[in-house]
Design a protein around this ligand. Sequence first.
Ligand code: MG
Length: 360
Amino acid sequence: MTCFDKYSLAPYAVRESRGRAFKEPPCKFRTDFQRDHDRIVHSEAFRRLEYKTQVFVNHEGDYYRTRLTHTLEVAQMARGIARTLKLNEDLAETIALAHDLGHTPFGHSGEAVLDGLMKKHGGFEHNLQSHRVVTILERRYPDFQGLNLTKEVLDGILKHHGPSSLEAEIVNIADEIAYMNHDLDDGLESGMITIEQLKDVKLWKEIYQPIVKKYPKLDAQMLRYQVIRTLIHILIGDVKDETLRQIKRHKIGSLKDALALGKSIVNFSKEVTPKVKELKAFLFKNLYRHERVEKMAAQAREVLEKLFSIYNANTKILPKSVQARIGRRDKKERVICDYIAGMTDRFALDEYKKLTPNNS
Ligand code: MG
């Protein structure tokens, strides 16, 4: 039984799964991808996203995105794009919900610190870590390790590795559209970037000016909301049109054709791509390199490096379940890295305070 009408899907959509590592009888009332969706939402790693940094640390204020709200925005955009392209919405949404499960505390700064600490032990990368979370680290089922997700969802989580379904590609671009727009919104809300600074950024300018003309009396926040919702709408429409053009151009008539292509065809158009690049460069220069973000990066480094070295010197202070993993399948450093990567920002800070009483 399927819960969606297979025949309304495009011929290049993923219709059903190639299966799971551990064979399970199908669910009577959900598709395989709906079942994966539910397993992800019930996982511990998913709940922890609520207290992990996207760009702004959690205690900076209630307005800003967290890793969880970012994930939900990506999931709804991925679902929407999949629907307009007649692709498998359940699969796209499910990959999106899992796409950041491997993120460390303190956003990309945390990831860079762990990668540095793990240099001699295989490094650290958040997509690979998301895959580890759902295949090894989550323990909820007596019959298998991890969540035993379908091959399609696991492929989507790994990204860049091998041929991708169009549903997986949609998640990558939905991630980009989501973060560009919510970082603009959060950046403006925080005052770390200003509308004045944005006035020469093409994508912003093209949308902002007509809105100001139409609503000359709008307050700054309402104006910002209108620009951002319009920008999301334009970017999603552009991706949809460009993808349909590419499907036609490459004569993609089946899922096999889509997988054989070996490159991403879910993209912005030639006209929009350089404007997106410009906006990203703006955010990089003015927001991600802002002194408040840099300060957080310095704090992340101090906290995570100290925790790593304390655990490394004395594994007896790790929780029993973590200690038990050492040497079983992974070496000490990898087990410590998994433990730290799973922490929320506030847990890492509390643990740091407890273990370094003289520093705080
Ligand atoms: Mg993301």
